[in-house]
Design a protein around this ligand. Sequence first.
Ligand SMILES: Cc1cc2nc3c(=O)[nH]c(=O)nc-3n(C[C@H](O)[C@H](O)[C@H](O)COP(=O)(O)O)c2cc1C
Length: 380
Amino acid sequence: MALRFLTAGDSHGDSLTGIIEGLPAGIPVSLRKIRRELRRRSQSFGRGSRQEIETDQVEILGGLWKGKTTGAPLAIRIPNRGRKVSGKRGGALSTVPRPGHADLAGCLKYGLDEVPPISERASARSTAMRVAIGAVARMALERFSVEIISHVRSIGGIAAEPGPLSVDGIRRRVARSPVRCVDPGVGRRMADAIRSAQEEGHSLGGSVEVVASGIPPGVGSHVAWDRKLDARLAGALMSIQSVKAVEIGEGLDTHRRFGVDAQDAIVLDGGRLARPTNFAGGIEGGISNGEDITVRVYAKPIPTAKKCLPTVNLRTLKPRPSPYVRSDVCVIPALGVIAESVVAWELLCAVMEKFGGDHMDETERNLRSYLASLEERTRP
Ligand SMILES: Cc1cc2nc3c(=O)[nH]c(=O)nc-3n(C[C@H](O)[C@H](O)[C@H](O)COP(=O)(O)O)c2cc1C
């Protein structure tokens, strides 16, 4: 059974709902761990008062028995604190589309002259459910010793160039940085840049890197475009609000080099096949090659800022400045958490396609026997 999920809910509605189908039985699901991930997303440096309506509360409505998945659809609810959206009067600004959002294109497409039906659903509030679903995926992947972490590489043009880092190294270093940057000096400059942007009425974009360790070789496939692991990761990450580019491994550097300096050699090291470098980000031909999977995600500065662009009232057609409501200044540290969750989900989907199983014990048996067969093949 292929894994899939569906979400519903508005930014200021009663709650967000998510239903995951196709999970094997036996995944231990901890509400505490889901809440922890939601908190990492909502409490990140650079976020604004928008977070006041987020509670980090979460409920599981079905699909669990004694704390473990049953194989049935898993239903998740995340309540919103605050006002209800349905039937709400729009207000004077409700017919003014904001540049940089889905507002105008959505109103044109759906034949509307009021923005809230579009903006309520297009809002990045929906990423809270992506994080909750990703947290469930992580709990499944933990059984196979897969670990996923992210760090902030750049904010507003201030960049860290740390070189290759292990998941543990990243985890230790980001824990000490309010902006989740592995370089303390660069992290301080990033935090200062966010504070200045806030004072000056600007917003800031940037980039994050997600690293996943423990994915065995052979996940994903070269045989069809929609089974390629790199393509699936890139598509899923691009669907996060404000993401404008995704890079697999060192793709943005390697395109400038000679071919020989852009590939990862294959060597035998102590009876094991090894790769001295990881320019490919752990994926070759759409298939995981056993190295850490690394992807980089680039996001534009969020559109809402005190310094705003002109727009037009859709009812009166009179020009006016884009409306400003207090909002986030820089969502890049939060983006790291969201991107980790999205990567966790896509990796779980691909792992389940490769190893199958209706119960986690069966999946693990299949994985272990495959790993044993790989060891056999590389034994001298
Ligand atoms: C975690 C997160 C929080 C965001 N918060 C805001 C916000 O407070 N104000 C805003 O204007 N945009 C915010 N955005 C960005 C918008 O959701 C996004 O720019 C918009 O939906 C259109 O982006 P797109 O063209 O890439 O889809 C946020 C994005 C993310 C990922």
